[in-house]
Ligand binder design. Structure first.
Ligand code: GLN
Length: 461
């Protein structure tokens, strides 16, 4: 059914860059035969999931949305892929994304643009726009995305689905093509909080703990993610819970419709027994510039390997290594957004400037993190809108990078702090007759507090 759905609608939405039609049926048949022999199966066995195209899968291409990796076939599976295969999930294909995860619209993909299933003239968000659109378009039961500065949560909000950005290090990122390693986090996108909790629960298992230790933190215990059935919830499920609204997140620059929906959600939380305070986060506005300085710096370093010498086809003849070999290779294959970031990152890391930019950004990161953590010692979760605005028209921001970066205001502080956060749909806006757009709400939780965060979001949804 999911494959049929892809065949019938994905040519208009463009969520997938590769669909493994034959392989998916083969994987499903294997599960059928395990059922026939009475084997115990994982809850995700037979469940069709999609994988963002920066996560390595040895039987499918892994392009990270870039021409530079167009022909790239990984020789190994990312650890999350190994784990999902072990659960018996049916991995149906790879989803479109902004090139190397750099963008907020999926328009920087070298493959194609992805359209928002709610309104095809609008962007699905990014960089995991393909994953969010595939879930919203019911072309898979869930998907993996990656979140460096909001790339799971912002597309989840724009496409009206649920996105969980786990605690940094809770999930292995072995086999994820690096963008900014200090923030890169793999996480699930699904139609409901329950679906996301199943996927997150599964991903915590480590396939090969020893080998992959570098990319995940070893936490003493697996986070418990089981949720009560919706029907068994009491009428005041938030009784005893305390929430804080970050005042700076509902300031100017946030669309009125988003604010209205946000305040509706706050009233809803209060009506379910929660206490909601308004707190001021003095470091809130520092997050965005600090994030972008760190992200471009690390990106320029991480992407240095793509030089046409160690990675990529070497030019048959060239006059000089830097200009005509490496320079020509990068300019031929990388898109303008990636080149811009490499240039900015090379500058912010260069001698004489790195103290002024990179070191200051790291200092700001510490301030942002300390402030959020201190509020989380007093509250169960912090609340912000997921995005300052609803999904916008395709092409409207791509030529104005600064405007696009500003859209990450709500999400980046979470990455600077390594905290988990979940986005759910808080409302639906009617923009024209017959056209509706989802509005997202973000709950930020404590480090390794995904279990509690899922409980909180589950009730809301
Ligand atoms: N939009 C942000 C950026 O371009 C976040 C991207 C991400 O989380 N991968 O950096």
């Amino acid at each position: 059914a999911y494959l049929d759905r892809i065949r019938s609608i994905d040519n208009t939405i463009g969520s997938f860059v590769q669909v493994d039609f034959a392989g998916a049926i083969e994987q499903a048949k294997q599960i059928d035969s395990r059922i026939a022999t009475g084997q115990d199966l994982h809850i995700l066995a037979g469940i069709p999931l999609a994988i963002k195209d920066n996560i390595c899968h040895q039987d499918l291409s892994t392009t990270a949305g870039s021409n530079l990796l167009r022909a790239h076939q990984s020789s190994y599976d990312a650890e999350v892929v190994t784990v999902l295969k072990g659960c018996g999930s049916v991995l149906i294909g790879k989803t479109n994304m902004d090139e190397f995860g750099m963008g907020s619209t999926t328009e920087t993909s070298a493959n194609k643009a992805t359209h928002n299933p709610w309104d095809l003239s609008r962007v699905p968000g990014g960089s995991s726009g393909g994953s969010a659109a595939a879930v919203a378009g019911q072309m898979c039961a869930g998907a993996l995305g990656s979140d460096t500065g909001g790339s799971i949560r912002q597309p989840a909000a724009f496409c009206g689905v649920v996105g969980l950005k786990p605690t940094y290090g809770a999930i292995s990122r072995h086999g994820l093509i690096a963008y900014c390693s200090t923030f890169d986090t793999i996480g699930p996108i699904g139609p409901t909080v329950q679906d996301v909790s199943y996927i997150f629960g599964a991903l915590q298992k480590d396939g090969n703990i020893k080998k992959m230790r570098d990319t995940s933190l070893r936490h003493s215990s697996i986070i418990e993610t089981s949720l009560p059935p919706q029907a068994s919830l009491s009428c005041r499920p938030y009784e005893g819970r305390r929430f804080a609204v970050i005042a700076e997140a509902i300031d100017e620059g946030v669309a009125d419709e988003v604010k209205f929906s946000f305040f509706d959600s706050v009233r809803h939380i209060e009506s379910l027994g929660g206490v909601v305070d308004l707190v001021s986060c003095k470091t809130f506005q520092m997050g965005l510039p600090a994030y972008y300085v760190m992200a471009v710096s690390e990106a320029s370093s991480n992407l240095a390997r793509f030089d046409g010498v160690r990675v990529g086809n070497r030019e048959a003849s060239y006059e000089s290594v830097t200009d005509s070999l490496v320079g020509h290779f990068r300019h031929s294959y990388l898109g303008p957004e990636v080149l811009r970031r490499i240039l900015m990152g090379t500058y912010t890391l260069s001698s004489g400037y790195s103290d002024e930019y990179y070191a200051r950004a790291k200092y700001a990161q510490r301030l942002v993190r300390d402030e959020l953590i201190s509020y989380l010692s007093q509250y169960d979760a912090l609340l912000t809108p997921a995005t300052p605005d609803v999904a916008y028209t395709r092409g409207s921001k791509i030529m104005d990078p600064l405007q696009m970066y500003t859209g990450d205001l709500m999400t980046v502080n979470v990455n600077l702090s390594g905290l988990p956060a979940i986005v759910v749909r808080s409302g639906v806006l009617t923009v024209a007759e017959g056209t509706h757009l989802p509005i997202g709400l973000q709950f930020i939780g404590k480090h390794f507090g995904e279990g509690e965060l899922l409980q909180i979001a589950h009730i809301f949804e």
